[in-house]
Design a protein around this ligand. Structure first.
Ligand code: KE4
Length: 428
């Protein structure tokens, strides 16, 4: 496959952009080779600057649940752009989106729009500390919640991909206020709360982990978080930046029947534009400026073009038909990948929830970050490159989730499974 223009741009870009990319995990560092530079995308497909076409399982890391360049979303964006792109003043559309989010998620009666998932989680943590008057944050090894200082310890996603355990530049005094526990370990949660529960401001969790690869919650795990936080006056923050509107219109909190105190959203809610949100209980959210003293602000918060894209995407998702199609495609891919690995005699575990999934190259089940790290990342790299050569664009890391869009078809899935079977047979 000719990727000469991508390689030229990557070399050129590296001279003025750190690592040649504007987000580390895009650099293909853990899978080998140079990143593909994308020229355009439509439906389930990407086209790179060399004219190669790829079936896309990254979907911009989650936002493109309905596929790229959806005509209804593009129409909404074009109409919004023609009315002006940013006002720094409230608009009707922001009220409509806030109301839509609240209808979709009863645990989010009040919501603030921001511009990235990082900003949403950072703001929600500040709010939780301000509301409780406590300092300790509890997170889980391998979960990633954006790059704010308090969350860059034992994080997943790009930090796991690049093998960065803890981030230089975060003061030790601040890092000490974040406690990490193993994901899915309910007894470790109970032990921590017995010992220090009254110091904990908030437990932040990806209800379905996606940033160590896809790892579903064990039965009882989320319930334990809810019970322990309630018992000790701590808050429970569901970071649904990835799962919100991805796993269903009500997100993971609806799927698992847990009511968090705070929720963060991103990706799908922004329809492919820089838009995210944090929200939750009205008594907590009332502390946010200007109604309360906890400060958070943003020049482009609630940007009208981004809000138009988010509204259009959520309106298309509300009837639930896309989720039914995504579940069927997800099942088809999961079964196909398992059969292909078994036929090739390659040890692999497929974890899936709805349209997010990961194939871990390990013989044992993956229920937490330690399990995930037992995966053969070199073998994943060879698999990734083989699939790329066959026109299948996977997430360039063992510690990421793949995403199916409603623009994918059963024939696309069949093609993906066929390519995987060829690649796996070469790995055996
Ligand atoms: P952003 O700041 O990247 O919009 O969101 C941070 C974030 C917060 N919470 C969860 C659960 C997330 O998955 C993310 C971002 N996810 C990564 C992919 N795993 C974004 C891709 C990247 O870093 O380039």
């Amino acid at each position: 496959m000719n990727r000469a223009r991508s390689q030229e741009l990557f070399e050129r870009g590296a001279r003025t952009i750190p690592g040649g990319v504007n987000s580390p995990v895009r650099a293909f560092r853990s899978v080998g080779g140079d990143p593909v530079f994308i020229a355009s995308a439509t439906g389930a497909f990407l086209t790179d600057v060399d004219g190669n076409r790829f079936l896309d399982y990254v979907g911009s890391w989650g936002p493109m649940i309905l596929g790229h360049a959806h005509p209804v979303i593009l129409d909404a964006v074009h109409a919004a752009v023609d009315r002006g792109t940013s006002f720094g003043a409230p608009t009707e559309a922001e009220v409509l989106l806030a109301e839509r989010i609240s209808r979709a998620m009863p645990a989010v009666p009040v919501v603030r729009l921001v511009s990235s998932g990082t900003e949403a989680v950072m703001s929600a943590l500040r709010l939780a500390r301000g509301f409780t008057g406590r300092d300790l944050i509890v997170k889980f090894d391998g979960c990633y919640h954006g790059h704010s200082d308090s969350l860059l310890s034992k994080a997943g996603s790009g930090m796991a991909t690049l093998g960065i355990p803890d981030c230089p530049g975060v003061p030790a005094s601040l890092a000490a206020l974040t406690l990490n526990l193993p994901f899915n370990d309910a007894s470790a949660v109970e032990a921590l709360f017995r010992a220090r529960g009254d110091e904990v401001a908030v437990v932040v969790v990806e209800p379905v982990a996606g940033n160590m690869g896809c790892v579903p919650p064990r039965p009882g795990f989320l319930e334990t978080l809810r019970r322990c936080t309630e018992r000790h006056g701590a808050l429970l923050l569901f970071d649904e930046v990835m799962t919100g509107f991805r796993l269903g219109y009500g997100g993971a909190q609806s799927l698992y029947g847990i009511t968090p105190d705070l929720t963060t959203l991103g990706k799908v809610v922004g329809g492919g534009f820089p838009l995210a949100a944090y929200g939750g209980r009205a008594d907590i959210m009332s502390r946010i400026a200007p109604s309360g003293p906890v400060y958070q602000a943003g020049t482009l918060s609630g940007n009208p073009v981004a809000v138009a894209a988010g509204l259009a995407q959520l309106e298309l998702l509300e009837d639930g038909r896309a989720y039914a199609a995504l579940e069927a495609l997800g099942q088809q891919l999961e079964v196909g990948l398992n059969q292909a690995a078994a036929s090739a005699g390659v040890a692999a575990q497929v974890n899936r929830v709805g349209s997010m999934l990961t194939s871990f190259f390990t013989a044992d089940p993956v229920a937490n970050f330690d399990d995930a790290r037992k995966s053969d990342t070199a073998r994943f790299g060879r698999f990734f490159r083989g699939m790329l050569e066959r026109g299948i664009y996977l997430a360039p890391s063992q510690f990421e989730a793949a995403f199916i869009s409603a623009a994918h078809t059963p024939a696309d899935i069949d093609r993906t499974v066929e390519a995987a079977a060829e690649c796996l047979s070469e790995l055996a």
